[in-house]
Structures are given as structure tokens and as C-alpha cells.
Design a protein around this ligand. Structure first.
Ligand SMILES: Cc1ncc(COP(=O)(O)O)c(C=O)c1O
Length: 389
């Protein structure tokens, strides 16, 4: 394809790392995953990092941990404030654990949660806010952190789309009590499938670690404080303390992650250079609403919303892109409230979802890659110009 949505970021280092794992004969979570976790925590400046099998699993394990840790664990029926645009598995664990969702619209230009409506969403039952930085673009994490601190709420940061982004110099994913990352193929680093949960809260980390692997104690130090160790090794080896999952990653993923993490800064630099070209070529053209950067974006992709003031049909633009061999897709999952699965949720909308609807109905994104995309972006610009004439 001339301009695809995503491409591989692996080189010979990743292939060699996989070959070392294959030669070792040890495939399930072990030394390589541990090394990746240590490197990840060091890179992002968090106390703990826990690798899991996907970003979705990181969200699931993270929410589960909040039901089993701390002095005030979450409870069924608690309310959680969420943006109307995110990926489906941002929301699923919230539904599965019986939380009530309060949806807020997104801002038209950043595509992130509209924080001006936070107070309106707050009730005595509110316990958590889920922050999502859409497609690399930091949401108002400083405002959300301050709001949560003021009201004693948990800040859960689903940062699965925004590794490498920063706000006021602080990495996205580290503003929350828990932050999650995805290392799926199209993301800023790729371990095939994979995800990471970060936290500075040691109890939460140990609880999440137990939940990652069957809810057992085996991976926890005896001093973790989340269980009372007993003398009998026979029973200790298979001792279950929490209703958990098997969300363990493979050693192959850990080994690839170590290599990918070394390349992250360079890959983000390239993504940002592509973004500069894209923004330079698109800015000032009223026909197209592009994502306004907040802080320093890691530019997962380039969003385009056809300005409703213009009458251009999205299908006309899609057809032109298709003819030009340029890949495109819906912005993340569009307005989540418009999906059939919403019927399973206990939820409420706080105000209208005008901007989420606009992105759903008139928006799309094209890919960004960790390599120079000048010819692709210039061609995209010409195709858009022609199609929206
Ligand atoms: C915001 C967000 N959360 C969670 C996920 C899930 O990540 P994974 O595909 O690794 O399960 C994604 C995936 O793209 C995402 O965009």
C-alpha cells in the first residue's frame, strides 16, 4: 500500500532477541519480561511497571486491582467519569465490575475529554475519572489530576494510545494512580501483543501482580503485605488470594520490548517530524479540522474532521483516498455511545456529545509511522484538496 495505517517498527535487533528466547526454550513470563518491566519503569520514572498480555488486559487488571487494594477500594455502583471517545476496552472493565459511567463530550480540536464539564458530572458517588489521551495527544492531565486530588478520586490513565507523549515535561501515563500502555503492533512500540501497567503505589502493584497470574501469591515477595505468608511450602506454591486472571505476557514479547524501548525516543522524534509536515501543510485550511496538540504529542496518527460548514461528504473523500491507495479509519472507536454494546452499560450522559458525534460522523484518521513520510503526506494533502474542492 502506498500509505498504510501502520507498519512494523522491528529491525534485526528484535528478531535476534526473539531467536535468543527460542534458543533458551523458556517462553512464558520470566527474565526478559522482568528486564522489560525494569527498563520501562526507569524510562517513565515510575516506581513499578507490570507487563501484561495487552493494553486491554492492563485496563482489566488495573480496574480489578482498585477493587481489591487500598483503604477505600472501589465498589459496585460507584460512579466513574469517562470521555465519549476511547477504545472499547477502556470501558469494558468498568462495566464488568459494575461501575456506573458518566460520559463527557470531547473537545472538538484536541479530541480529549472536555474538562469544563467535570464539576457537572460530580456526585457523592463519584470515585474515579478515566483519562485518555487520544492518538498521542495529551489530555488535560494536570487539570484532571488536580480535580481528582481535590475530590479524593482515583485517576485512572488509559494511556494506550500515547506512549512517549508529555505534558509540562511529565510523561503521559504517569499522572494517574494507575497508568496503562499498549504495545500492540500499530502502537509507539510493538511487542506483537502486549501491555504495561504502571503505578507508584506498591500495594496496588502487588495486588495487580497477583491478579495478573491467577490471583496467586507465587510472584509476590513474602514481605508484600498483601497476604500473610505461611510456613507450609506445599500449600504456599498454589495459594490463591484474589479473583484474578491469566494475563501473563510471553518472554518473546518481553525480549522484543527491551529492544523497542531503546528505539522509542528516536521513533517519537520521527513521528513528530512527520506531524510537523502534516500540520504545516494542513493549517489554515478551514475545510479540515485537525487535532490541536496539547503539550507534546507522540502523534499516533493524523486525524481529519471535515468541517460541517462545508458540504463535502465523507464518502467522497474516503473514495478518493481509496483510489490513491491511502489507508484510513474511524477515529479510535468514534463515539462509544453509538455502539450496540452500550445497551449492557449502566451509564448517563452529562450534556450533549456534539463533538464526539462530529468526529464519529465526519472524522477519520490516517497513519503515522516511525519513518519519514514526506511523499505520503504530500500526496495525502493533494488528494484531500482535490476531493474537498
Ligand atoms: C485507548 C486504548 N485503550 C486500550 C487499548 C487496548 O490495547 P490492546 O489492543 O493492546 O489491547 C487501545 C488499543 O488501541 C486503546 O486505543
Amino acid at each position: 500500500m502506498f500509505y498504510d495505517l501502520a507498519s512494523s517498527s522491528w529491525g534485526s535487533e528484535e528478531i535476534e532477541a526473539m531467536q535468543r528466547v527460542i534458543a533458551s526454550g523458556m517462553f512464558t513470563m520470566g527474565e526478559n519480561v522482568r528486564r522489560f518491566e525494569e527498563d520501562f519503569a526507569r524510562k517513565f520514572g515510575t516506581k513499578h511497571a507490570l507487563m501484561v498480555s495487552s493494553g486491554s488486559a492492563a485496563n482489566l487488571v488495573g480496574v480489578a486491582a482498585l477493587f481489591h487494594a487500598g483503604k477505600r477500594p472501589l465498589q459496585r455502583g460507584d460512579e466513574v467519569i469517562v470521555p465519549a471517545i476511547s477504545w472499547a476496552t477502556t470501558y469494558y472493565p468498568l462495566q464488568q465490575y459494575g461501575l456506573r459511567l458518566k460520559f463527557l463530550d470531547v473537545e472538538r480540536d484536541t479530541l480529549n475529554i472536555d474538562v469544563s464539564k467535570l464539576e457537572q458530572a460530580l456526585t457523592p458517588r463519584t470515585r474515579m475519572v478515566v483519562a485518555v489521551s487520544i492518538l498521542g495527544n495529551p489530555c488535560a492531565l494536570d487539570v484532571l489530576r488536580a480535580f481528582c486530588d481535590r475530590h479524593g478520586l482515583v485517576l485512572f490513565e488509559d494511556n494506550c494510545e500515547s506512549m512517549g507523549a508529555t505534558l509540562n515535561g511529565k510523561p503521559c501515563g504517569t499522572f494517574g494512580d494507575i497508568g496503562t500502555f499498549s504495545t500492540f503492533f500499530s502502537h509507539h512500540i510493538s511487542t506483537m501483543e502486549g501491555g504495561v501497567l504502571v503505578t507508584d503505589d506498591t500495594e496496588l502493584y502487588h495486588v495487580a501482580k497477583s491478579i495478573r497470574a491467577h490471583g496467586w501469591t507465587r510472584d509476590l515477595p513474602k514481605s508484600s503485605g498483601v497476604f500473610e505468608p505461611k510456613e507450609d511450602d506445599f500449600y504456599e506454591a498454589y495459594r490463591f488470594i484474589l479473583p484474578g486472571y491469566n494475563a501473563r505476557p510471553l518472554e518473546l514479547s518481553g525480549a522484543i520490548g527491551v529492544e523497542q524501548l531503546k528505539k522509542l525516543d528516536r521513533m517519537i522524534e520521527t513521528r513528530r517530524a512527520n506531524a510537523k509536515l502534516f500540520v504545516d501543510l494542513m493549517k489554515g485550511d478551514e475545510r479540515f479540522i485537525i487535532q490541536r496538540e496539547n503539550g507534546s504529542s507522540s502523534w499516533f496518527a493524523f486525524t481529519i474532521i471535515l468541517n460541517p460548514k462545508m458540504k463535502t461528504e465523507r464518502t467522497k473523500v474516503m473514495n478518493a483516498l481509496k483510489r490513491a491507495d491511502i489507508g484510513y479509519r474511524i477515529i479510535t472507536g468514534g463515539n462509544f455511545l453509538r455502539h450496540d454494546v452500550i445497551k449492557y452499560f449502566d451509564y448517563e450522559c452529562v450534556g450533549e456529545m456534539r463533538n464526539a458525534d462530529l468526529a464519529h460522523d465526519r472524522g477519520f484518521f490516517v497513519g503515522n509511522h516511525p519513518r519519514d513520510l514526506r511523499p505520503q503526506i504530500e500526496r495525502l494533502r493533494a488528494v484531500l484538496d482535490e476531493a474537498a474542492r
